[in-house]
Ligand binder design. Structure first.
Ligand code: BGP
Length: 486
């Protein structure tokens, strides 16, 4: 009756994570259409270390570029050329002993405008080749169907996910993926960080709230509703057409502590946390939680829904909860005094935590807390699909010494192991940007997360050669010992 858990399960999925738009490059190769994120990257960035990173583009900025094609002055490279170098990269991952590799498929590589009748065969072939390479190297693909990348034509024509039309276009795309790759891919995540909609509607939903006649918040939740439907309908199709598929939902986990033990702060922490787990509540429990009824009413949010929506959400829920974890947040009932930056949203400074070079609080114990809380809430397996330290690295004589990264990861894995001993069912751990890639928040190369160094600077200069960092050899040892040798 009482089974003691000693450590990570034997089949624990160790690996790393990437996203197509941050690593493939080749934005106009192989029939790919332009995506919302292609536009984020040509807006000049200053040193954004201290900014809250929202990845936003304004409607005016986008239009300025769209009006005159010659304005489209794409930087030389906006990835690390994974599109052409995937074989070499996968070889390095296999050398580290990866059991899984999280990657995403670029929607506009498959449907360039999102609205074609037939998919782009060249795009499908590219992913076929990547999956074959992974499987040949004994690496299980973990595939995100959409990592923020929306065909730009859908933004222009429909204001992105504000329109319900996007549900059908997206489901057509995801059905294409399931049909084509069901024998190669078992683990899927439908939307990357679906709660990103709140922080940046452009990135999360390809939409400009100011273009809508509705309030900013209302349009974001409307778009979210459409994404929930698209997720459930994708899951419905997977149950029929790819019965072995495991379908995950994903949020950026914003674990929130009260700033003090004042009851008002505790209440505030619960309320802010609810706005985060609202997403998983709908996708795992299959219905809108009661607390949102009050929230919607108080914020004058009226969602347009159709008959049958409720049933779809109830019937097709996620098999597991995937999440990114970088830091924890503080909630206070008093107006903010001092803020620091963070992943997706800023937060108050927690005096007990150190900050990364980008001022993101570092909180390994928070990972154990969040694993316990999510598991208690849902009782379905969890999957940590992003975690890691963005840092400046120095390449010297072909070597990168990154003890800071090893220290960060070892502390997080230690807490992860404690959570597993607490009884949390954890499927795996894929650290973010296992090979250096372009940062989502800053569009820069110098914020590096990887075990593999890629020779490229913020302006796209460099040989693109790959080098193994010290953390490469360390992670190899961690995987070989199933998390025992840290
Ligand atoms: C997550 C995104 C990733 C990623 C990561 C790190 O929110 O899913 O795409 O980039 O954050 O963020 P950054 O690149 O800004 O350091």
């Amino acid at each position: 009756m009482f089974n003691k858990v000693e450590g990570f399960p034997k089949d624990f999925l160790w690996g790393g994570a990437t996203a197509s738009n941050q690593c493939e490059g080749a934005y106009n190769v192989g029939g790919k259409g332009l995506s919302t994120l292609d536009f984020v990257k040509f807006i000049e960035k200053k040193d954004r270390r201290n900014d809250i990173q929202t990845m936003d583009v304004t409607y005016d900025q986008l239009n300025q570029y769209l009006e005159d094609e010659s304005n489209i002055n794409f930087p030389k490279r906006r990835g690390i050329d994974f599109y052409h170098q995937y074989k070499e990269d996968i070889k390095l991952m296999a050398e580290m002993g990866f059991k899984t590799f999280r990657m995403s498929i670029s929607w506009p590589r498959i449907f360039p405008t999102g609205m074609e009748e037939e998919p782009n065969e060249e795009g499908l072939k590219f992913y076929d080749a990547v999956f074959d390479e992974l499987l040949a190297n004994g690496i299980e693909p973990l595939v995100t169907m959409i990592h923020y990348e929306i065909p730009i034509e859908l933004t222009k024509k429909y204001n992105g996910w504000e329109s319900r039309e996007l549900v059908d276009y997206f489901v057509k795309y995801t059905k294409t993926l399931l049909d084509r790759f069901k024998d190669k891919v078992k683990y899927w995540i439908i939307f990357n960080e679906i709660n990103m909609m709140l922080a940046s509607a452009y990135t999360g939903g390809g939409l400009f709230p100011e273009k809508s006649s509705r309030s900013n918040l209302e349009v974001k939740y409307q778009a979210t509703h459409h994404q929930f439907l698209a997720s459930a309908l994708t899951t419905k199709y997977a149950r029929e057409a790819a019965p072995n598929a495991k379908i995950g939902c994903m949020i950026a986990r914003l674990e929130t502590y009260p700033a003090t033990c004042r009851p008002e702060d505790m209440l505030k922490a619960i309320q802010e946390d609810q706005l985060n787990v609202f997403y998983t509540d709908v996708m795992v429990r299959g219905k809108y939680p009661n607390y949102m009824t009050r929230y919607f009413e108080e914020h004058n949010i009226h969602l347009q829904t159709e008959k049958g929506d409720e049933e779809i959400l109830a019937c097709y829920t996620a098999d597991y909860v995937a999440f990114s974890y970088y830091m924890t947040y503080l909630a206070s009932s008093e107006p903010a005094k001092s803020e620091t930056s963070g992943n997706l949203i800023g937060t108050l400074k927690n005096p007990y935590l150190e900050l990364s070079e980008w001022n993101w609080p570092i909180d390994p114990i928070g990972l154990r807390i969040t694993l316990n809380r999510l598991y208690d809430r849902y009782n379905v397996p969890l999957f940590i699909v992003e975690n890691g330290l963005g840092a400046y690295d120095k390449l010297e004589d072909g070597k990168v010494h990154d003890p800071y990264r090893i220290d960060y990861l070892a502390k997080h894995i230690t807490q992860m192991k404690e959570a597993v001993k607490d009884g949390v069912e954890l499927l795996g751990y894929t650290t973010w940007g296992c090979i250096d890639l372009i940062s989502a928040g800053t569009s820069e190369m110098s914020k590096r997360y990887g075990y593999i160094y890629v020779d490229q600077d913020d302006y796209g200069n460099g040989t693109l050669q790959r080098y193994k960092k010290d953390s490469f050899y360390w992670y190899k040892k961690v995987i070989a010992s199933n998390g025992e040798d840290l």
